[in-house]
Design a protein around this ligand. Sequence first.
Ligand code: CA
Length: 234
Amino acid sequence: MEAVPMSEATILVVEDEASISEVVSLYLKRAGYQVLCVSDGQAALQTLDRQLPDLVVLDLMLPRVDGLSVTRWLRDKSDVPIIMLTARREEADRIAGLEMGADDYVVKPFSPQELVSRVRAVLRRSQAPSQPGQEKPLVFEDLTVDPATRLTTVLGNEVELTVKEFDLLWLLASHPRQVFTRDQLLERVWGLSDFIDPSTVTVHVRRLREKIETDSSHPIHIQTVWGVGYKFEP
Ligand code: CA
């Protein structure tokens, strides 16, 4: 993935509440991003169909086409980072969104500055320049994980991981048998553990298992250490 200078990153904001959309747009522009705003899901799909931004800030409750449908549609065609805007009561939708591959979320009411920090963190991860030669690919019997290309294969077939799924797999697999607590994983992979629901880790582990394990209900590599967290078994 090519690194794009932060100042040139384009962010699509999909939000039907004009007051939120305006303040989010203002803060993102101040932070140096190009911002595009649309106010319903259908307009979002039309815009995304023409051109993909570097990141999408996506409200879940939207007129015409809801945020989860937009997430599903977008994940079918791209791994462009998605940060969801959700209401506190929308926990089920939030988890569904993470399961579909959204990268992060903030709960309304949120501080615009917090959202900008999330945007910056997610973009930093998705645009992290690869450093070939510094870290070598990890090769296991059925699985390879290459940090330079961010490519993962299972039995020789490439599997598509989101930014967070890859970061989580890399952290676990590069420390075989080391047990990480959910809090440690949140801190190392997500960075802002204070703001993120610990169930985020559970959701990502489940999706990762579905993608890399032969039988995700009897995982071999990503093992649960009951009462503690997770570890990677080579
Ligand atoms: Ca809304």
